[in-house]
Design a protein around this ligand. Structure first.
Ligand code: FES
Length: 154
């Protein structure tokens, strides 16, 4: 058997690997205890608000699965997505102020603009742990115009 000292070393490849490794930004997912599963409104009727250092998070329990998104609607930075209208089949929540709507599983915009951050969730026994939100810049999308209203509801 060869000893390590006997193995040839490709110095160029080693230096390239070191360079690549030093440029990778470490992404540490720190989870924080948010609540108990039983504390989340049942049937996905609304969300539970969790206050983290860098964001206010809405936690939903829909069809047995827990989701966490920012509670802050990007339109006017209203902390109301936990109180929005939830479409459980389409996994969307509409902000109660002006109706901008986001996917609960991805945070993508469905109606309106922007998007909301989503946070990873771990359920351990009855405890809900959520990814601790990182600091982010918040700026309202308002006063961009709201979606056009229909002329009639025929
Ligand atoms: S603040 Fe949410 S839609 Fe306007």
């Amino acid at each position: 058997m060869k000893k390590n000292d006997d193995l040839p070393i490709d110095d160029d490849a080693l230096n390239e690997a070191r360079q690549t490794f030093s440029e990778v930004e470490p992404k540490l997912h720190t989870f924080v205890l948010a609540c108990k599963v039983k504390d989340i409104p049942k049937n996905g009727s609304r969300g539970k608000v969790i206050f983290c250092e860098h964001d206010e998070v809405a936690v939903y329990l829909i069809k047995g699965k827990v989701y966490a998104i920012s509670n802050i609607c990007p339109h006017q930075l209203s902390p109301l997505l936990s109180e929005g209208y939830i479409n459980k089949d389409e996994l969307t929540v509409a902000c109660p102020l002006h109706g901008w709507t986001y996917r609960i599983d991805t945070g993508a915009s469905v109606i309106g603009g922007g998007g909301v951050p989503t946070y990873a969730v771990k359920v351990i026994d009855d405890e809900v742990w959520i990814e601790d939100p990182a600091p982010r810049d918040l700026a309202p999308i308002w006063p961009d115009p709201l979606p056009d209203e229909p002329d009639s509801f025929d």
